[in-house]
Design a protein around this ligand. Structure first.
Ligand SMILES: [Zn+2]
Length: 303
């Protein structure tokens, strides 16, 4: 069933686990995520980036998510990194149950002003809003590569108080994309603890993909040229959940699984050109990846 972002995150905040937020771009990816959630009895957030909306169209994504919402598990449909106000409005109108307004690239006062406006529109319809303060590093679609600027606790307190956001994306050391760290990835858990104590709302971890070596090896074996990608180790994710993260975004791991499975199938079955045969192994592999993440986040059995 479709529920609001606020509801799905408040339960996680109270009970101390994180809900997985996974990016959807097409039907197969959405099915893989929802099948994983059903198998793990986990609440789940399906999120669409502005790029996904451009690619698939808002009506198609809405219809796919609506079909998914026939399942009995709680599902939120969320806009990821909304920067364009028209897209934010279109998603509110179309029935998304969560909106991230990302004004993190703007000066503080402008970020506050815009986020507050989005909160007012969204709350009128019972829709939850995620804001962002600080700069999460790395590159993601329209977001150019940036240096990490850690979230300042005092500014965050003022931001939450003035905007009324339901959740906050914090910069504690992660980066978007497949190349997160040089050397062993570490998060600033001390900063996370401080933020959680002071803000007392659900906190969100972006740039949190694990980039499992098994997926990288599989993709590379069948021709992918990925260099040396690196993700956030599972033990760091577990510590982040224990210390107050309630929503964890995953996109890169899904892309990697999709890519690896399709490459493998095409290499091994060059005579088979049925799109259903090509996409099925990708759907299955993504489901496995998502189920692993849900157990890591502690959201399994929480539906
Ligand atoms: Zn992000």
């Amino acid at each position: 069933m479709l529920v609001t972002l606020k509801k799905i995150l408040q339960k996680a905040h109270k009970e101390g686990y994180a809900v997985g937020a996974f990016n959807i771009n097409n039907m197969e990816i959405c099915q893989a995520i929802v099948r994983a959630a059903v198998a793990q009895k986990a609440p789940v957030i399906l999120q669409t980036s502005e790029g996904a909306i451009k690619y698939a169209g808002i009506e198609y994504l809405k219809a796919i998510a609506e079909a998914a919402s026939n399942e009995k598990i709680p599902i939120a449909l969320h806009l990821d990194h909304g920067r364009d106000i028209e897209t934010v409005k279109a998603c509110i109108k179309a029935g998304w149950t969560g909106i991230m307004y990302d004004g993190s690239h703007l000066p503080f006062e402008e970020n506050v002003k815009n986020t507050k406006k989005v909160v007012q529109w969204a709350h009128k319809k019972g829709i939850g809003v995620e804001g962002e303060l600080g700069t999460i590093g790395g590159a993601e679609e329209s977001i150019v590569s940036r240096k990490i600027i850690y979230t300042n606790p005092e500014a965050a307190r003022e931001f939450v108080r003035r905007t009324g956001v339901d959740a906050l994306a914090v910069a504690i050391g992660t980066s978007h994309g497949a190349y997160k760290f040089e050397g062993a990835g570490r998060l600033d858990i001390h900063l996370l603890k401080t933020l959680k104590e002071q803000l007392k709302i659900p906190l969100v971890l972006h740039g949190a993909s694990g980039v499992p070596a098994s997926l990288v090896t599989m993709a590379a074996r069948y021709g992918a040229q990925l260099g040396k990608p690196e993700g956030v180790p599972d033990d760091q994710i577990a510590i982040a959940v224990k210390n107050g993260i309630n929503k964890i975004n995953t996109d890169t791991d899904i892309r990697l699984a999709f890519d690896a499975a399709i490459r493998k199938f095409i290499a091994e079955k060059p005579e088979d050109f049925d799109p259903r045969h090509i996409l099925s192994p990708a759907r299955e592999l993504i489901q496995q990846v998502v189920e692993h993440r849900m157990k890591l986040f502690g959201s399994d059995g929480k539906a």
